[in-house]
Every structure is written in C-alpha cells, then in structure tokens.
Design a protein around this ligand. Structure first.
Ligand code: TYD
Length: 140
C-alpha cells in the first residue's frame, strides 16, 4: 500500500500557538467540494465500513485520537491520527473503518465531491468484487 499519510504545513510557536493548513491540488491531489466532521462518538465505536467508487477524501483529527484502518482488498494498514498536523488520504477504492480512541475526538474530512449515496459500496463482498474486476486499476 502506498504512503497515504500527509504532514500539514504548520506555522507558529509555543508562545502564540500554531496554525496548520492545506490547499486543493497542492497539498492534496484533488479539489475540495465538501467538508464534514464527526464528533461525540463513544470510545471504541466503529464507523465507516464502506468504500467509494469515485470520491477522494482527506481525514484529520484536530483534537483527540482516531484510528483508521485502510484495506485495498489485498493489504490492510492501520493509521493513528493523533496530531492536528497529521492527515490521511483515503483515496477511492480503499475500504475504511474508523475507531474512536479518545473521548472528545473530532474527525474532519475534506471530500472531492458532494454527498452521493450512489458512490458508496457498503457491502464488503461487493467491494472485493470491484477490486477483482480491476475497477480502480485506472487511477483516473
Ligand atoms: P457515512 O458516510 O455512512 O458515515 P460514517 O462513514 O462515519 O459511518 O454517513 C452517515 C450518514 O450521514 C448517512 O446516512 C449519510 C449521511 N451523510 C450526509 O447526508 N452527508 C454527508 O456529507 C455525509 C458524509 C453523510
């Protein structure tokens, strides 16, 4: 699995605090059309459990700790988002599960398109079928 972690650029110092940022098509490989965030999730709750046919997303946790398990149908890898400067690219075709590790954790998401339930694959066997058929082999 390729490296999907990004370190946001950060300005600041301990006296005045810090500011992190990222820009469409520069720091992340797509244009942002939608932002959403998930909060007040009980510890060890699991969310996600789906992939997207086309949608590209970047996930970051400005406060707290969220573990994200990525699965490309061949390999699984776990990422801990435990710093406001750390982000994870969840590209199309990656099955993802998210686990809340700390109370008060907020997970922010910037997405490449508007919400569309048709873009979701929520059935794991269907996901494996898409992988087997090479649906995501063409990076475009
Ligand atoms: P979902 O993406 O399944 O959340 P998670 O992966 O965290 O479990 O979305 C949960 C519900 O919220 C689902 O019914 C669709 C709705 N939703 C929207 O209406 N708009 C959005 O932008 C998102 C992300 C979800």
């Amino acid at each position: 699995m390729k490296n999907l972690l990004i370190n946001f650029k950060t300005n600041g110092n301990a006296q005045q605090g810090y500011l992190s940022f990222f820009e469409s098509n520069k720091d992340i490989p797509f244009e942002i059309k939608r932002i959403y965030y998930i909060f007040d999730v009980p510890i060890e709750s699991k969310r996600g459990m789906h992939t997207h046919k086309k949608l590209q997303q970047v996930l970051w946790c400005p406060n707290g700790e969220v573990e994200v398990l990525l699965d490309d149908g061949k390999e699984k890898k776990s990422y801990l988002l435990d710093s406001p400067e750390k982000a994870l690219l969840v590209l199309r075709g990656y099955w993802h599960d998210m686990y809340w590790k700390k109370e008060g954790s907020v997970l922010c998401v910037a997405a490449s398109d508007y919400y569309n339930e048709e873009d979701y694959i929520r059935d794991y066997d269907e996901f494996l079928k898409y992988v087997k058929e090479g649906y995501w082999n063409d990076e475009n």
